[in-house]
Design a protein around this ligand. Structure first.
Ligand SMILES: NC(=O)c1ccc[n+]([C@@H]2O[C@H](COP(=O)([O-])OP(=O)(O)OC[C@H]3O[C@@H](n4cnc5c(N)ncnc54)[C@H](OP(=O)(O)O)[C@@H]3O)[C@@H](O)[C@H]2O)c1
Length: 394
């Protein structure tokens, strides 16, 4: 994307531009703000959360006992100032129209204008839908659903370049168990972006449905999963999460696209959406559907190597059934074959249950992503695991 675009062309970020970042002290929001300061000497209003008075920062940062979250925030805001950015931190609730109006006023009074909004405020959803109270869901929906409405009211008439909404691919996949409200909130953002773009809320309104980033601020949001699944998803985030550089690059491309809705996924999104239909708490362990249609092994960079011996053959058959393929080579990579986190957590859960191998580490697919490596890991568990595997499959 062009680093600067004049008003009558598609806007990117402006040098010395003025941006409001909601959730601006959060993991992604603050990192975006830092990059805007570094690359564009942006002037920023960070909304949501508060910081101690400026004169206390030095002594606070010198304390080794300073909580990591506060240290990250103080360090981030300090770096913005050092990068020639200018910054105001404004507390408030993005779901509250008066609070957002106050943040926008701060931008106008301090910097003379506002060029864009990055709406990154959000809270994770957790807990099964059946056990949720209305207020639980409202807490998750509010920053997104009421948030965009408050932003729209506050920026009316300001002729903004852009409004970027931070959504999630859960709006495609439905998310995991416990994420119904989070999924709905993000789906609302995606739909809203089309409508807001058509109504001219800004020259560009884009909702970006992100896959996971490497930030792990939301591990509490996975309370709905059992410890094995949680550990698997943590490994998945480490393996497939977007780095900041990748996310920043994807953001630039999303803005340059001119589209109202862009999904950013490191994995095959259609496949994830398709598989997620089966991903419920009561169906984890049903990835292997013997009656499902099988497809030929896709073309891979590595040649087909036939599995050897009963253990490799048994594992290959299980993986093939889970992936809907007729055959799998011993050195094929699970993830190159179209495997993904939803399928992986299901498959490992099945292996753990059916082969009575609770010691099988949930992250094993990341450490041993080929049948051969997986078989070696199974062999390392002792004879019973491999034997059970052979017995069940044959
Ligand atoms: N991280 C990911 O992997 C990922 C993936 C897909 C999409 N996203 C989306 O990206 C956005 C940022 O995620 P993140 O990882 O940076 O999360 P984060 O670290 O938890 O940051 C979110 C920020 O939003 C603030 N916030 C929450 N509710 C608010 C409200 N009503 N008013 C004002 N501020 C509010 C939070 O403030 P407090 O800390 O004070 O509560 C927090 O600083 C979220 O919208 C999320 O849905 C993230």
């Amino acid at each position: 994307v062009a680093p600067f675009a004049p008003r009558d062309e598609r806007p990117g970020f402006r040098d010395r531009g003025v941006y409001l970042v909601t959730g601006g002290l959060g993991g992604i929001g603050l990192a975006m703000a830092e990059r805007l300061a570094r690359d564009h000497a942006a002037r920023l209003v960070l909304m949501g959360g508060s910081l101690p008075p400026r004169e206390e920062w030095e002594s606070l940062l010198a304390r080794s006992s300073l909580p990591a979250g506060l240290r990250r925030r103080l360090d981030g805001v300090t770096r913005i100032v050092e990068a020639a950015g200018e910054v105001e931190v404004v507390p408030g609730d993005v779901a509250d129209e008066a609070d957002v109006a106050a943040a926008v006023r701060t931008a106008i009074e301090r910097f003379g204008r506002l060029d864009g909004v990055l709406h990154a405020a959000g809270v994770p959803g957790d807990g099964l839908l059946q056990l949720k109270h209305r207020e639980d869901a409202e807490r998750v929906m509010a920053p997104k659903v009421h948030g965009v409405r408050s932003i729209e009211a506050a920026v009316a008439g300001l002729d903004l370049d852009l409004v970027v909404l931070f959504s999630s691919i859960t709006s495609f996949t439905g998310g995991g168990p416990g994420q119904a409200d989070y999924c709905a909130a993000n789906a609302f953002l995606d739909a809203y972006a089309h409508d807001a773009m058509a109504r001219g809320v800004a020259r560009q309104v884009v909702s970006v449905s992100w896959c996971e980033w490497t930030w792990n601020a939301w591990s509490d949001g996975m309370k709905a999963f059992d410890p094995a699944a949680r550990s698997f998803f943590e490994a998945n985030r480490a393996c497939f999460g977007l780095s900041f550089e990748e996310g920043w690059g994807a953001l630039a491309r999303a803005i340059a696209s001119g589209q109202a809705h862009i999904a950013v996924s490191t994995q095959d999104l259609d496949k994830m959406a398709e598989l997620s239909v089966h991903f419920r708490t009561d169906t984890v362990g049903t990835s292997v559907r013997p009656d499902a249609v099988r497809h030929e092994r896709p073309d891979l960079p590595s040649p087909y190597v036939a599995p050897e011996g009963p253990v490799e053959t048994a594992i290959a058959e299980l993986w093939a059934a889970a992936l809907g393929l007729t055959e799998i080579g011993a050195t094929d990579d699970f993830f190159e074959l179209g495997g993904n986190s939803l399928l992986g957590v299901d498959l490992v859960s099945r292996l753990r249950k059916q082969f009575e191998r609770p010691e099988l580490p949930p992250r094993v697919l990341y450490e041993a992503p080929t049948v051969r490596e997986f078989a070696d890991r199974m062999a390392g568990l002792g004879p019973s695991g491999a034997q059970a595997l052979v017995e069940v499959v044959t």
